[in-house]
Design a protein around this ligand. Structure first.
Ligand code: NAD
Length: 521
């Protein structure tokens, strides 16, 4: 593999001035006009396109990432995200009329304005070093924030190219890159931010959340997970094998949402392993060693960590197992383990290791999944509909792909995020804009409304009932928690949600009003 260049770290002493500069720009209102944001997004798009060869080459150098993966999962993911932001920005940024406002308060013209959060910090990881830095950046630009980015020092070639793209194509007074490792990131965390967006492991996520708490800075944390796949005896075993193998060969298993372990019903274990081996031969007829279609582990430290996990496992090797430190190569490897406390299950492997734990039934699989990690990032149930529904109901997770590997995590427009200790907050699609946006509630009280408003001023005598009559909601339930039957609410709920229902309700209300008018003469 190509040697790793010495990434030039930003001088720590320069960091406060750089951050202050970007923060001051935010206060000049420069990033507020939509046209400014759109121009920056368009320039970012062209920066990515103009540098696509350099980006793919850097991915190859850092992670052994091949042409297909680098283009599809790094470059195209970002360019698609940018175009999607451009196409939708006007719609997302428009003021929203506030919903469910009592009639009397509608005269205050209540609305929700989408304000940029301010000056934000985005810290990226090494595994998808382009995608996981640029996709949040697109959201932050769209939202009107100014941004400081800290690429992962563990993917140094990509870090260099991205700095060139960001600082060469975007307005440098608004968007800056800081290069560095722990000392530089620590210096960044000393600065005041309006939001910190972090992708990476939970240990560092905890450091970031603690630091942010000191200044009540909001965070989005995109963390890792010990994600379970579950295969029942009613699953399509061939499909399960093909799809889960895909989930582990992408990026040599260095994917936060790939399955960390698979719980397989004992009855179908042999078939599943046989199908995995067949799929492996089909995907890689000449093996994974000398192909552009299979990557490498990011660095020696991570390679050693993975080797240790395998060495400490008490499991039985069923497929693969070849490892070469000089090349940071690890062959896709299946190991049958006999306990949920095996080294391959207790930690996130983040590599092409596929431990399989045989189980007696779905009850046992669900119990183990919940014991290994209560809130993983992803969940991959394979079985009939009843079984996969049950898995979704009884196992929590950030997201899930039913009858597949991490498909839900590969859609650039679908909100993506963890739950519990696999993360907080979400982005992608409109969620990327929302993630960096403050929804500011605004009312405007007309001066001519003062007569009506006087009901809120002291002296309060006799005013409480008047206020209550102006729109207080009435309960439709009794003391036992049961819903009370009322003809009016029954009629109003007819066909709720459908256009025809709305029309029926409208006609009924009209008839009632006409009847009332006749009755009143
Ligand atoms: P990493 O080593 O690239 O570190 C991530 C970032 O944290 C880097 O920018 C690094 O400089 C910074 N950092 C490291 N130590 C720090 C410290 N002590 N203080 C402040 N900053 C520090 O990546 P990683 O964390 O090893 O990445 C792997 C993990 O990331 C896995 O757990 C994986 O599941 C998770 N991940 C999650 C997602 C997601 O979207 N949820 C995506 C990718 C990776």
């Amino acid at each position: 593999m190509a040697s790793i260049p010495q990434l030039e770290f930003t001088n720590k002493d320069a960091i406060p001035d750089i951050v202050n500069g970007v923060r001051s720009t935010f206060h000049t209102q420069k990033t507020k006009p939509l046209e400014f944001r759109l121009v920056q997004l368009r320039k970012l798009y062209w920066g990515m396109i103009d540098n696509q060869k350099a980006i793919a080459a850097a991915c190859k150098q850092d992670l052994g990432k091949g042409h297909f993966e680098a283009n599809l999962m790094e470059l195209d993911f970002c360019t698609q995200t940018i175009i999607y932001c451009c196409n939708n920005l006007e719609k997302w940024a428009k003021d929203e009329t506030a919903k469910d406002i009592p009639f009397a308060n509608k005269l205050l013209f209540p609305k929700i304005r989408k304000e940029p959060l301010g000056c934000v910090l985005i810290i990226g990881p090494y595994n998808f070093p382009v995608n996981l830095l640029i996709a949040p950046l697109a959201g932050a630009i769209a939202a009107g924030c100014t941004v400081v980015l800290k690429p992962s020092e563990n993917a140094p070639n990509v870090a260099v190219v991205l700095q060139k793209v960001i600082e060469g194509y975007l307005d440098p007074s608004c968007y800056r890159v800081i290069q560095g490792a722990i000392p530089e990131t620590t210096a960044l965390l000393e600065q005041k931010w309006d939001k910190i967006f972090y992708t990476g492991g939970a240990t560092v996520g905890t450091i970031i959340a603690k630091k942010a708490a000191e200044t009540l800075t909001p965070v989005t944390l995109e963390l890792g997970g010990r994600n379970p796949a579950i295969i029942t005896k009613n699953a399509d075993i061939r499909l399960a094998a093909r799809r889960l193998l895909w989930g582990k060969i992408v990026n040599a298993g260095q994917v936060c949402v790939s399955q960390n372990y698979t719980l397989v019903d004992k009855e179908v274990l042999d078939r599943f392993v046989a199908e995995m081996k067949t799929a492996m031969k089909e995907y890689y007829p000449n093996g994974t060693r000398n192909t552009d279609d299979f990557g490498r582990i990011i660095n020696d430290r991570q390679w050693q960590r993975l080797k240790k996990m395998v060495d400490e496992s008490k499991g039985k090797l069923l497929m693969g197992g070849e490892m070469d430190e000089s090349d940071r190569y690890i062959e896709p490897t299946i190991i049958q383990v006999d306990s949920q406390t095996d080294s391959l299950l207790v930690d996130e492997s983040f590599g092409p290791l596929m431990p399989i734990l045989p189980v007696n039934n779905l009850d046992e699989a669900i119990r183990i999944a919940n014991e290994v990690h209560e809130t993983p990032l992803g969940l991959y149930p394979f079985g009939n509909k009843k079984e996969t529904d049950r898995c979704l109901r009884e196992i929590r997770s950030g997201g899930a792909s039913v009858n597949d590997g991490f498909m839900h995590g590969s859609l650039p427009t679908m909100p993506f995020g963890g739950v519990g200790d696999s993360g907080q907050g979400a982005y992608r699609g409109q969620a990327s804009f929302d993630c960096f946006t403050h929804r500011r509630s605004i009312t405007s009280t007309p001066s001519w409304l003062e007569g009506m408003m006087s009901v809120r001023y002291p002296p309060y005598t006799g005013k409480l009932e008047k206020m209550r009559s102006m729109g207080n909601l009435k309960p439709n339930f009794d003391r036992d928690g049961n819903v009370k039957f009322s003809l009016v609410s029954y009629v109003l709920s007819l066909g709720a949600g459908s256009k025809t229902g709305g029309l029926i309700r409208y006609v009924l209300v009209l008839l009632a009003a006409l009847g009332l008018r006749q009755y009143l003469g």
